[in-house]
Design a protein around this ligand. Structure first.
Ligand code: JFZ
Length: 432
């Protein structure tokens, strides 16, 4: 038995060179745009509307005939992301409702059968490639529509019209066909963002979180890495990364914080990390959610993610007509404005040597330390400073000097007066 175990674990996944390069690119990028959009946006109640309102498959299909986003403009969406300082976009291609946002041969419930009749994934892919932003694709493993998916969520009520316990072999073949389309017809894809694994596990925090079905990830991941070796795989299963996965995500959480109760897993030291967060409380367009985070709060989230060594994937839920609502646009442009001045302290940085503190947090790039101050304080004191010498200390915004001192490993930084309420950054140039 011991030998057998040894042999199995010896077959672990070795990422290709291009995959490792893409991982490094991804970590350096630090900031991306998540887009939850599709026919589920029409009722304005978020992307779970089918499940929450117990809409059966037949009635839900009507949404296909209403989806006509005449104001959708891929060039504008991509430039909005770029102007926000984002380096990649993660687009919903197929959410739990089973609607495909591209021209797929494997399901009729797709964008070509709406009045709009244009391939959204293609338009976004072309525009991303044109504007030099990477495209990642969200793909749901869970399906509320197909009879061959052995669904658990919404087993009663909503799922009426579906019979039996599914046929995973058939469903797996379907997913592989669709993933082959996505990784063949749209140029280079940065990564696949899987979601829905949790449908088959006991809730977060339960002792046994093993899956009720064998997803055959070796086959799915093997196919993806064969079609596009650089393509990174992440899976929102809220567990430590499985073999074959290239990044780890934290839903509505910074790694290690678990404020949402959705991220009990530890941050992996081996793969890039990504926190995904909403701007209000919803992923998909929601007419009643006015719980918007402030500009400062969103910038702090980005900065704290960087200080923990993670990317921030910030979400928008565009409206059914294809417009992005002003509350999202103003927040994105304010983040972009901040990054234009302070981006050096975010892009290409590593985690700081301390966790976020009450006054702010720390990022690092080689021998440069960036002290991010969210609130002015007469003196910030840092113990166990990991460098012997402090060569220079100055404000990143204008290079004006800061009277910081380092003695016996204790660093003192006075931060008085007017500081940028979004986050003021002090650069420390150090040496050993
Ligand atoms: C999932 C999706 O269900 C949601 O619609 C959105 O796309 C988000 C980014 O990802 O969210 C989850 C994930 C896990 C659970 C619930 C929602 N869970 O474990 O119960």
């Amino acid at each position: 038995i011991c030998l057998l175990k040894f042999n199995l674990s010896a077959q672990t996944y070795t990422p290709s060179q291009s995959n490792l390069e893409n991982r490094k690119w991804f970590s350096d990028a630090r900031f991306g745009l998540f887009i939850h959009w599709g026919p589920f946006s029409i009722p304005g109640s978020g992307e779970w509307v089918m499940n929450e309102r117990k809409v059966n498959v037949e009635n839900y299909s009507r949404l296909e005939k209403f989806f006509n986003p005449t104001d959708f403009n891929a060039a504008q969406w991509v430039s909005t992301a770029k102007n926000a300082g984002m380096k990649y976009i993660t687009l919903i291609t197929r959410h739990h409702d089973g609607f495909s946002m591209w021209d797929t041969k494997y399901s009729d419930f797709n964008i070509m059968n709406t009045p709009y009749k244009k391939d959204i994934v293609k338009m976004m892919a072309d525009e991303c490639h044109k504007q030099g932003i990477k495209l990642y694709l969200y793909y749901s493993l869970l399906d509320w529509r197909r009879e061959d998916y052995p669904h658990e969520t919404g087993k009663t009520g909503q799922s009426s019209g579906r019979k039996g316990h599914g046929n995973y072999a058939s469903y797996l073949a379907f997913m592989k066909n669709q993933l082959t389309e996505l990784l063949t017809n749209y140029g280079e894809i940065g990564g696949i963002w899987f979601d829905g694994h949790w449908d088959q596990t006991a809730p977060e925090g339960a002792a046994d979180r093993s899956s009720r079905i064998d997803w055959k990830y070796d086959e799915i991941y093997g196919l993806i890495h064969k079609l596009q070796p650089q393509c990174m795989i992440g899976n929102n299963h809220h567990l430590s990364p499985f073999s074959g996965e290239d990044f780890q995500m934290f839903e509505q959480d910074l790694p290690g914080e678990n404020k949402s109760g959705l991220s009990f897993q530890e941050a992996s030291a081996k793969v890039p990390l990504e926190a995904c967060v909403t701007m209000n409380g919803s992923w998909g367009f929601n007419l009643t959610d006015n719980n918007y985070k402030s500009n400062a709060e969103l910038i702090h989230t980005l900065v704290k993610a960087s200080s923990l060594g993670a990317n921030l994937l910030l979400n928008i839920g565009p409206m059914p007509n294809g417009e992005i609502q002003p509350e999202f646009l103003t927040r994105l442009s304010s983040m972009g404005d901040w990054l234009k001045v302070y981006g050096e302290s975010i892009y290409g940085t590593e985690a700081g040597y301390q966790k976020p503190q009450d006054w702010g947090c720390i990022t690092k790039k080689g021998s440069k330390i960036f002290i991010h101050v969210f609130e002015a304080k007469p003196m910030i004191t840092l113990k166990d400073f990991p460098f012997k010498k402090l060569k220079k200390a100055y404000y990143l915004r204008d290079n004006s000097g800061v009277k910081a001192t380092l003695k016996n490993g204790i660093l003192n930084i006075p931060v008085a007066g007017n500081i940028n309420p979004n986050d003021e950054v002090i650069v420390l140039e150090t040496a050993n």
